[in-house]
Design a protein around this ligand. Structure first.
Ligand code: COA
Ligand code: MG
Length: 328
């Protein structure tokens, strides 16, 4: 371990994050009854410019009246380059009450974006005498944001998570794709011809680099990395494949832009039963091994060592969080 240690933030369950447009209040109650870990009430791109004030009013009303149970509640504000951003922060922070957990900043580009929002939030919290600090989450969805990701990740004590937004990122990078997440038929490699001259096409993950970069920046700052949207909500298999890839790369959860994706995300980001059993078996075997003075032991014909304890503890801790939230 480096002499610089990473301070891990208090954990928050974030397997699925269900987005609800602020202009559709009829969906707020439905979202509250869903199995989503986090609900994100949106003021940004799912709300037309003329409807921004009404969306704010709907969200403030919902935060005061809807029973969201043990879920975490986030509000996605408009970007700092818009005319709506300051009013989003002021109205929501002043009027929404104690139920709000998180504010999500879209299109974060530089560390100062977080400084600016944090400054506003801090003043309002003092002015209204808020008891619980509202935390921040940011979307990395521009080339500027990805370039400055390390500074962004360390920019505010309120920051809890980084999210990768594929659609805006693709637009910002000039990528030739209109998919929101998922593969692209042109992002492939062609194998060398075999003896019969046959060549295979292997599809690659066009979002791989950005996701890995985000995970590294997030984890290096003790934050949660979360995979963003998968637009084709009628393609459950495609969603599952993308979610499994991001889970393997280290993400803790994924957005749901339709309620049908909530169960899929929860399924992928809940440690499978066999992995949990293996984690417990590793901890038991390592405890017995350490008592005998051994740092490395065999379990079912495979090497396990002190690093295995750290891997196993991640899984066990995640399962504890899931049990705590889903019992309420
Ligand atoms: N949250 C909660 N419930 C939702 C929902 C959401 N985001 N989206 C749809 N539902 C409900 C519908 O009301 C419907 O309920 P019912 O069976 O009681 O009638 C059911 O889920 C099925 O919905 P469906 O008819 O398939 O969807 P739709 O045509 O009403 O809406 C979308 C589809 C994509 C427009 C809608 O899901 C949506 O707005 N998603 C979020 C978009 C967003 O916030 N984007 C910004 C982040 S990328
Ligand atoms: Mg976006």
């Amino acid at each position: 371990m480096s002499f610089t240690t990473i301070e891990r933030l208090p954990a928050r369950l974030n397997r699925s994050q269900l987005f609800v447009p602020g202009v559709r209040p009829a969906l707020f109650e439905k979202a509250a009854l869903s199995d989503a870990d986090v609900i994100c009430l949106d003021l940004e791109d799912s709300v037309a410019p003329a409807d921004k004030p009404q969306a704010r009013a709907n969200i403030i009303q919902a935060l005061k009246t809807v029973n969201f149970g043990t879920k975490s509640i986030s509000v996605r504000i408009n970007g700092l380059d818009t005319q709506w951003c300051y009013r989003d922060v002021v109205d929501i922070m002043e009027q929404a009450g104690e139920r709000l957990d998180l504010i999500m900043i879209p299109k974060a580009g530089v560390a100062a974006d977080l400084y600016a929002i944090d400054m506003l939030m801090t003043q309002i919290e003092m002015a209204v005498g808020r008891k619980r600090q509202v935390k921040l989450e940011v979307i990395i969805e521009s080339v500027l944001g990805l370039n400055n990701i390390d500074a962004i990740a360390g920019a505010s004590k309120r920051l809890e998570s980084l999210h990768f937004g594929s659609a805006d990122y693709a637009a910002s990078a000039g990528m030739r794709t209109t998919n929101i997440g998922g593969p692209n038929k042109d992002y492939v490699v062609l194998t060398e011809p075999d003896a019969a001259g046959k060549r295979d096409t292997h599809w690659s993950d066009v979002w791989h680099y950005a996701t890995v970069r985000m995970v590294a920046a997030a984890r290096a700052h003790g934050l949660r990395p979360i995979d963003g949207p998968f637009g084709d909500y009628s393609d459950a298999a495609g969603f599952l494949a993308q979610a499994r890839r991001s889970a393997v790369m280290g993400c803790e959860g994924k957005w749901a832009i339709h309620p049908s994706q909530v169960e899929l995300a929860n399924r992928v980001f809940t440690p499978p039963e066999d992995e949990l059993e293996r984690a417990h078996a590793i901890l038991k075997a390592m405890k017995e091994g350490t008592e005998k003075g051994m740092g490395a032991v065999a379990l079912n014909g495979k090497l396990i060592d002190l690093a295995s304890i750290r891997q196993a503890e991640v899984i066990v801790r995640q399962m504890q969080l899931i049990r705590e939230r889903t019992k309420g």
